[in-house]
Write a protein that binds this ligand. Sequence first.
Ligand code: ADP
Length: 643
Amino acid sequence: MTKDSMQFQAEVQQLLQLMIHSVYSNKDIFIRELVANAADAIDKARFESISKPDLARDWEIRIEADKEAGTLSFIDNGIGMTREELISDIGTIARSGTRAFIEAVRKKDAGASGPELIGQFGVGFYSAFMVSERADIFSRKAGTGKAWKWSSDGKDSFTIEETEKETQGTTVVLTLKDEAKSYLEYWTVSSVIKKYSDFIEYPIRMKHLVKKNEKDEKGKNVEKEELEDSTLNTMKAIWLRSESEVKDEEYDSFYNHLTGQYGKPLQRIVYSAEGTSEFKSLLFIPEHVPFDFQFGERKTNGLHLYVRRVFITDNCPSLLPDYLRFVAGVVDSSDLPLNISREMLQDNPRIRKINTNLSKRIISELAKMLENDREKYERFYKEFGRLIKEGVHTDFANKEKLQDLLLFETVNNPKGKLVTLKEYRSAMPALQQEIYYITGDNRETLENSPHLEILRKENYDVLLMTDPIDEFVISGIPEYESKKLKSVNKGNVKFDESIQKDLEEKTKKANDDNKELVELIKKTLGTKVKDVTFSSRLTESASCLVSGEYDPSAYMQRVLKAVNKDAPNVSRTLELNPTHPLLVAMKKLFEKSKDNPKLSEFSEMLYDQALLAEGSPLPDPVLFTKRTASLMTFCAEKEVSAE
Ligand code: ADP
């Protein structure tokens, strides 16, 4: 039988040189690569066996350590390789990954950093040369009678010759370098398998000696060594099994194992994508925010990425958008390459596709939960609602769906009762033109806000927004189902024409009749206000402050100031209630004596009252107290003299 010797292709030679001289510390990955090749080969054979019933079926991957010969073998009963395949796949044809790998090493001007890249690229079979001085591959293609032996010391050439092999599949025999002899130990191999290949769905078996205590003929305890065959992997790729086959407890304990959290997840999502992107995923929404979860910043991503059951990483943030970072679970892709690099993990069209698919799925699960199990959804929202808001602000593609997941308290509903925008919208009275919201520190202050008075009169409900992020989020939703979202602390509220006309007329008249008084108040308040005007907004209070349509609300200004002391003050318009007795009385006083000093004092007090009513601090609380005290004194004395 002839033995042919062939040269490796130039790029393969360079790659092998790198492997042979590797000082890369994590050499373990060669096991991961060879096991993955074996599992792929079995996948292919299993597929063929559907139409060819005579092919072997008892699938297994076997690892054998021969300490005397110093060899470690990887044996599979998969598809095997023909002579041509051995030459092209293992020998001469450099794949795209090879070139990319060599280029990456070159860019880093080799040296110590070069071999580090092996771990990132994981260049398949060649990684065996990190630990081996030679490799022999015995392979017999399934369904054929001939077997071939491929051998190389990983330098510049390999040989190929016919050989005998009884069964289909491939056996890779590595003659280990002296410094890699620890890979002959059962415990070393089994721990590497546990780490990287635990979920491979075929059994990975290895024989090893175990010590056993037995009694001899005389009944004395003696220690005996026996060869035991163990399966090294659990094969429990729970995410690959159909949901109906897996018990709830199994899912829950996998969730505990994955996240380190106790108890059950709030929601489980089992999802397989087919078509342009193929992957399986098993996702969990936790019941509670994990204690180390940071709302403001992103730590690592909770999802574990597998490629065809081989663990790749648990840190691939681009698998999910930032705001969904509370979701834990596993994604197993069948179209990503096993040797995916770190750069590719960050920016890769297939990962982006997974990200898009997963986001859609998670959002639709949440929408279903909202519809079918309101109580559960509200529990979710209490924990993670802030992230949904973040999503409305950042995920443009899914904004419409995300905004339907928002919940708010409203003025007309009791504390704790939450409504969606849709529910608010469908409960709107026929004449209501806009969707109203108000922002502020807490429900109690907002409920008493003078800004709500006119809306109350019309029985229009108002969404209450007490989370500092709300105003940012809502500014991104200018409209909902063709109704404008309108902050009642800003600009003018628009009413139906039937009401609007009458209000406008009254306001105009009040302003025309009180031009000079308004001027006086404005002059007194100076730069504190943008403008002073009579309006129809108030029915009970005397005054309130209103922001410009596109300015931040008072609450937002306070939030901004808390973060940055130098945030600018944006002045607002002081709106006055023409029918309030105080203003009626001020008008009389003004008509009697235009320069009565009380008029400017009252102007200041109208401004201060407006601040107090919206929960803003007073610029000079002592002065305000003095003024009120003096008014009270005056009033009390008047009462006395009247008696
Ligand atoms: P990769 O697996 O990333 O493609 P490898 O260098 O590990 O790169 O393998 C190259 C090719 O050799 C594989 O794509 C496969 O076609 C073939 N091969 C490797 N190992 C085996 C095996 N155990 N059985 C059958 N074919 C194999």
